[in-house]
Design a protein around this ligand. Structure first.
Ligand SMILES: Nc1ncnc2c1ncn2[C@@H]1O[C@H](COP(=O)(O)OP(=O)(O)O)[C@@H](O)[C@H]1O
Ligand SMILES: [Mg+2]
Length: 321
């Protein structure tokens, strides 16, 4: 089976014989992923230019890992993709449709909120701090978005939510509230919730950075199961071993630019740039990033209280082997 076939049909179970007749992929209900084109994207906050000309193409169904020091603009880049942050210059499109703007000849007009919300239903996002609704059960958290954004009737939305909770291994926790779940379980609910709208693109912003070390793997396992199942994935992570295993493209960002990008065996194992090498070295030895010279304190994620993240992943030995 060619890679392209895998992208089209979803990866077979790991133990399937190589040419067994079409195993129905578990995630076959997830539609094929979108093509994201990021062209010369700049973003400034006041005088601080945080993204300084980003060009990146995310092929349908591809898995891209974004690495880079704290403050390099990774979160901002993800947030521009679903127009949580409007770009200052440049364009981002999904399957040829410009995100956040309407084209009118050479002019771009920002879309009304209703249209932006419609576009966002195709771009899921999973945050470091889960962002679940505390007063809703796991099932309600997952069923809520399709009910509100797509008007899906409650029985269908809940039936689908049950399937998705099963997909992330949480069938038994459907009635649990977030406070009754571990961080890893909450993050898996958040992933199920992001999948509930059948997004074409799924963005993960350091999905395991707020987790205790023993809970990281269960979340990575869920993300791994989504890779090559159709949805286009972008994962900002400090888990280098995971990035090497799961990504077909690794992007290294520093100070608002892409320093290098390519397949993992190139960027992670044979980086061409000194900045990439020294970053990887720092992550491997568990050193904290030095704060960028020109950067104010990092902003909290939208819509969340600043979360106490007691165990930043980069302070942890990354691979026991
Ligand atoms: N809403 C904002 N207002 C002002 N500065 C911001 C805002 N969001 C991010 N920044 C700044 O942009 C820079 C890049 O931040 P971010 O994208 O969060 O980096 P990363 O995710 O790589 O750590 C940092 O200097 C940060 O302080
Ligand atoms: Mg960030």
């Amino acid at each position: 089976m060619s890679l392209l076939d895998l992208l089209r049909r979803g990866a077979p179970p790991a133990d399937a014989p190589p040419d067994s007749p079409d195993p129905a992929p578990e995630s076959s209900h997830i539609p094929i992923g979108g093509l994201v084109e990021i062209r010369d994207v700049h973003k400034s906050f006041g005088d601080l230019e945080v993204l300084r000309g980003i060009d990146l193409t995310l092929a349908p169904g591809s898995v891209t890992a974004i690495l880079g020091p704290s403050g390099s603009g990774k979160s901002t880049l993800l947030r521009t993709v679903n127009h949580l942050e409007p770009v200052s210059q440049g364009l981002i499109s999904l399957d040829g449709e410009v995100i956040g703007y309407r084209r009118d000849g050479d002019l771009l007009h920002e879309l009304p909120e209703r249209e932006v919300l419609r576009q966002r239903t195709r771009i899921g996002m999973v945050f470091q701090s889960f962002n679940l609704f505390g007063h809703m059960t796991a099932l309600q958290n997952v069923a809520e978005a399709p009910r509100r954004a797509l008007g899906t009737p409650r029985p269908q939305a809940e039936a689908r939510a049950r399937e998705l909770l099963e997909l992330v291994g949480l069938s038994e926790k459907a009635q649990a509230f977030p406070r009754q779940l571990s961080g890893g379980q909450q993050q898996r609910v958040a992933i199920a919730r992001a999948l509930a709208l059948d997004p074409k693109v799924l963005l993960f912003d350091e999905p395991t950075s707020a987790l205790d070390p023993e809970l990281v793997e269960e979340v990575l396992a869920v993300i791994r199961s989504l890779a090559r199942a159709g949805t286009t994935l972008v994962i900002v992570t400090h888990e280098i071993t995971f990035a090497r295993d799961v990504a077909d493209t690794v992007v290294f960002m520093d100070r608002g630019v892409i320093v290098e990008q390519g397949p993992p065996d190139q960027v992670i194992d044979h980086p061409a740039q000194e900045r990439t090498r020294s970053f990887l070295q720092r992550v491997r030895t568990g050193e904290q990033d030095p704060p960028p010279e020109d950067a104010p304190a990092p902003a909290a994620e939208a819509g969340t209280a600043p979360s106490a993240a007691p165990v930043p992943s980069r302070t942890r030995p990354e691979d026991p082997s």
